[in-house]
Write a protein that binds this ligand. Structure first.
Ligand code: SF4
Length: 216
C-alpha cells in the first residue's frame, strides 16, 4: 500500500475544485433531514423533497414529528423509499423532541455521545450519523462513503471492501482534527468521484494522476 499522504491529496483536490463550502442547507434541521433523506437516492431528489417541506412551512421539529403520516409521505416522496423514510424520520424527531426538547439541545451534546445516540436510532447508520455530527452539529466526525472508499482504493491501494471504521481511522490519524477540513475533505471526495474518479475513471486531466496508484 502506498504511503497515505492525505494532506497532499486534500490540497491537490482543493487546488482543482476550490473550497466547496458543504453541506447545502440553511438550518441545522434542514441539514439533519437532508442527511436522512439522502440515503439510497441522489441529492437532486432530496432537494425536491426539502423544497416541498419548505413550501408547506413544515421545516419545524414539532410539526414534522407529529404530521399526519400520509402528508409527510407525500411531501418527501421525491426522495424515494418515502414510506419507510417518513416513518423513520417522524420516529427520530419524536425521540429528539421527547428526550431533549429541541434539536439544538440534542446537537449540542458531546460529539461522541451524539454519534452513539444517533447510531441507536433505527434507520441511522455510520455515514448518516457522521454526516449529522459533522455538518449539523459542527463537530469533527469524518464521513466515509462509497466515493471515499473508491478513491482511497485507487490512489493508495486500501482494500476496496475496507470496513467503514477502519478507513475512517486511517484517514483521521493522518489529518488535523478540524471541522472545516473534515467538512471540505468529504466534499472534495464527492466532487472528485463525480468529475473524474467515476466507476469508469476519467484519468485524463485528473489532478491526482501524478501520485495515483491506479493502473486499471
Ligand atoms: S488518476 Fe484516475 S483512478 Fe486515479 S484518482 Fe484520478 S481518476 Fe481516479
Amino acid at each position: 500500500m502506498k504511503k497515505l499522504q492525505l494532506v497532499e491529496l486534500y490540497d491537490t483536490l482543493k487546488g482543482r475544485y476550490g473550497f466547496l463550502d458543504w453541506w447545502p442547507g440553511e438550518t441545522r434541521l434542514e441539514i439533519f433531514i437532508g442527511a436522512i433523506l439522502t440515503q439510497n437516492t441522489s441529492w437532486s431528489n432530496v432537494e425536491k423533497a426539502i423544497a416541498n417541506l419548505k413550501a408547506a412551512g413544515a421545516l419545524d421539529l414539532h410539526r414534522l414529528a407529529h404530521m399526519r403520516r400520509g402528508k409527510l409521505e407525500a411531501l418527501i416522496r421525491p426522495s424515494g423509499f418515502y414510506r419507510q423514510k417518513a416513518e423513520r424520520l417522524a420516529s427520530i424527531l419524536r425521540h429528539i423532541e421527547d428526550d431533549y426538547g429541541s434539536l439544538e439541545t440534542f446537537l449540542d451534546m458531546d460529539g461522541q455521545a451524539l454519534r452513539s445516540r444517533l447510531l441507536e436510532m433505527k434507520g441511522i447508520g455510520s455515514e448518516t450519523a457522521d454526516s449529522i455530527v459533522l455538518y449539523a452539529a459542527d463537530k469533527p466526525s469524518f464521513v466515509i462513503d462509497a466515493y471515499t472508499k473508491r478513491i482511497m482504493h485507487r490512489v493508495y491501494g486500501t482494500r476496496e471492501d475496507i470496513a467503514y471504521g477502519d478507513l475512517q481511522n486511517l484517514i483521521v490519524q493522518r489529518i488535523p482534527k478540524k471541522v472545516r477540513l473534515y467538512k471540505d475533505f468529504h466534499a472534495q471526495f464527492v466532487e472528485h468521484a463525480k468529475l473524474h474518479c467515476r466507476k469508469a475513471p476519467s484519468c485524463k486531466g485528473c489532478p491526482v494522476r501524478t501520485f495515483c496508484g491506479y493502473n486499471g
